[in-house]
Design a protein around this ligand. Structure first.
Ligand SMILES: CC(C)(COP(=O)(O)OP(=O)(O)OC[C@H]1O[C@@H](n2cnc3c(N)ncnc32)[C@H](O)[C@@H]1OP(=O)(O)O)[C@@H](O)C(=O)NCCC(=O)NCCS
Length: 190
């Protein structure tokens, strides 16, 4: 998967034990982005509890990392046994990294993961006035349909294929290798 990202940035799945990185990213969001992400003004405690709960919910989180910090996130959360083919997706990018293609790349990774997990419908809670998110979703309208008439949009994803599974596998391998190199260079600098 070819991502066009700010120099030195990488997208990879979050590992078990990395919840704090997601929490710190979510807490760094400026007030407007935080409101757009959570559908209203929420407190730091709410954000912290949300991330802690999410990590126990079988969610897949992709992070955008640059300079050792997580600056963007896309989560994919199954809606549970009652809705086995449905999941909820949400994206956030810190202000200085917005409008650099990060949100698009995060959504691309999340859609591939959703497809490979067999999810047919993705729900994204998006405020009606959130034009930026709507523009972003529109970029994928060749493979997805999104109903902007509602606050909650619905995306229909395609079925997994050997090629789509291979693309996710290769992206994971690349993310792992990059994270190891980053860790190694930071240890050498220390
Ligand atoms: C919505 C959000 C995830 C988009 O992330 P991003 O990294 O800025 O997205 P991209 O740079 O990939 O841009 C995606 C598209 O949005 C549109 N866009 C980008 N910057 C924009 C701006 N300043 N104004 C309006 N539209 C803009 C463009 O159509 C762009 O596609 P293009 O560059 O191919 O033309 C980000 O703004 C964000 O985190 N917002 C706060 C949280 C939020 O709203 N989350 C969504 C609810 S879950």
């Amino acid at each position: 998967m070819q991502d066009v990202l700010p120099e030195g940035g990488v997208i990879r799945k979050l590992w078990i034990g990395e919840a704090a990185k997601y929490r710190d990213h979510a807490l760094r969001l400026d007030p407007e982005s935080r409101r757009d992400r959570f559908g209203g003004g929420v407190s730091d405690d709410f954000v912290g509890n949300y991330v802690d709960r999410l990590i126990t919910l079988d969610a897949v989180v992709h992070g955008f990392f640059i300079g050792g910090l997580m600056r963007g996130a896309a989560e994919l959360r199954p809606l549970g046994l009652r809705f086995p083919r449905q999941a909820e997706a949400a994206i956030s990018v810190e202000k200085p990294w917005q409008s650099h293609g990060v949100g698009s790349a995060l959504l691309r990774h999340t859609l591939l993961t959703a497809r490979n997990r067999g999810f047919r419908h993705l729900r994204m809670a998006c405020l009606a006035e959130n034009r930026r998110m709507q523009q972003l979703a529109r970029k994928f309208d060749a493979e997805l349909s999104f109903d902007f008439g509602n606050v909650v949009g619905e995306l229909a994803s395609s079925r997994p294929t050997p090629l789509s599974l291979m693309r996710e596998f290769m992206a994971d391998g690349h993310g792992f290798a990059t994270a190891m190199l980053d860790l190694q260079s930071r240890m050498l600098r220390a």
